[in-house]
Write a protein that binds this ligand. Structure first.
Ligand code: CP
Length: 323
């Protein structure tokens, strides 16, 4: 693995999942692998889980992890080619990234989309400039269109549940439903895009996506899934329900209002196969997802967030082994 930007960098998804689960049982089995290696974690946007789980994972592999909140503490970066920098930006990525490439062995970056310019966001302009100019492996900590470490943690969580309840899955694949949920702000499509492309590439599920009309995701991520606009129909016999808001891809970045009934409650789960409920967090309680589900026995959200460590550690192992 040269970089980790999307599912395309994972040549064997099942092996990554299994590696994550092995690390969960024995976190320090490769504690010398990253000895004398350093990871720089650059945040252009806020984070709790991604930041801390990546640091913990790196330290368990013997690496030193240095976090730089470049978006709030660093010089304002310019990404436009040929920019005349007489405005608010102070340093061009083509000057900053090669320096970071000398300080670190792996560079991890979190950036969000603008939600204003779809073409630029979907070209992953910021992430690809770090790839171009840093000269070292780049690890995505969430980008304009994807959140691959989250998606790997999601699949680790699903696989863990399947292994713990294997008799429920004898001779059948789990039914996984990705459902849109309401929100008060327009959010990126990254988590939903990424989850969809990972589940499709994994190929071990009956995969359904449900959302109100007008909230279709980019087909490059959803190809292979069944799309249903009736949430209750989609939820029937679900084993796993992944809850996430996203803003419109068609009317790019627009908040689509008037679908508050899409927030799941215990009643929504009645026709499911006692479905386990997932969310990447942070979650707005009683807007995106009800207290009764989040505090109930069918919620996997804490386990899922805990598994972020094992996903990051499995990916870092792969990146270190290529050096
Ligand atoms: N799920 C997730 O990426 O959480 P943070 O924004 O806290 O990193």
């Amino acid at each position: 693995m040269k970089h980790f930007l999307s599912v395309k960098d994972a040549s064997n998804i099942e092996a990554l999942i299994e590696q994550g689960l092995r690390y969960k049982k024995n976190p320090y089995q490769d504690q010398l692998l990253g000895k004398s290696k350093r990871i720089g974690c650059l945040f252009l946007n806020p984070s709790m889980r991604t930041r801390l789980s990546t640091q913990v994972a790196a330290q368990q592999l013997g690496m030193e992890a240095i976090v730089f909140n470049i978006g709030s503490e660093g010089w304002a970066l310019e990404f436009a080619e040929g920019a005349i920098m007489n405005g608010t930006t102070v340093e061009h990525v083509k000057d900053a990234a090669p320096i970071l490439g000398q300080y670190f062995d792996i560079l991890a970056i979190r950036t969000f989309p603008s939600l204003k310019n779809r073409e630029e966001d979907y070209q992953e302009k910021i992430l690809h400039q770090f790839v171009k100019y840093a000269g070292i492996p780049i690890l995505s900590l969430e980008s304009a269109t994807r959140h691959p470490l989250q998606s790997l943690a999601d699949l680790i969580t699903i696989k863990e549940e399947i292994l713990n309840h294997s008799s429920n899955y004898a001779n059948r694949k789990p039914r996984i439903v990705l459902t849109w949920a309401p929100h008060i702000k327009p959010l990126p499509q990254c988590v939903a895009n990424s989850f969809a492309e990972w589940v499709n590439a994994w190929g071990e599920a009956e995969f359904v996506i449900t959302h109100p009309k007008g909230l279709e995701l980019d087909k490059q991520f959803t190809e292979g899934a069944t799309v249903v606009h009736n949430q209750q129909e989609a939820l029937e016999k679900a084993d796993f329900i992944y809850v996430k808001n996203w803003s419109s891809y068609q009317e790019y970045g627009k908040l689509i209002e008037g679908n508050d009934s899409w927030m799941l409650t215990n009643q929504s789960l009645a026709s499911t196969n006692q479905a386990k409920v997932m969310h990447c967090l942070p979650v707005r309680r009683n807007v995106e997802l009800s207290d009764e589900i989040l505090d109930g026995t069918q919620s996997l959200v804490t386990q899922q967030a805990g598994n972020r460590v094992w996903a990051a550690q499995a990916v870092l192992k792969n990146l270190l082994e290529q050096q």
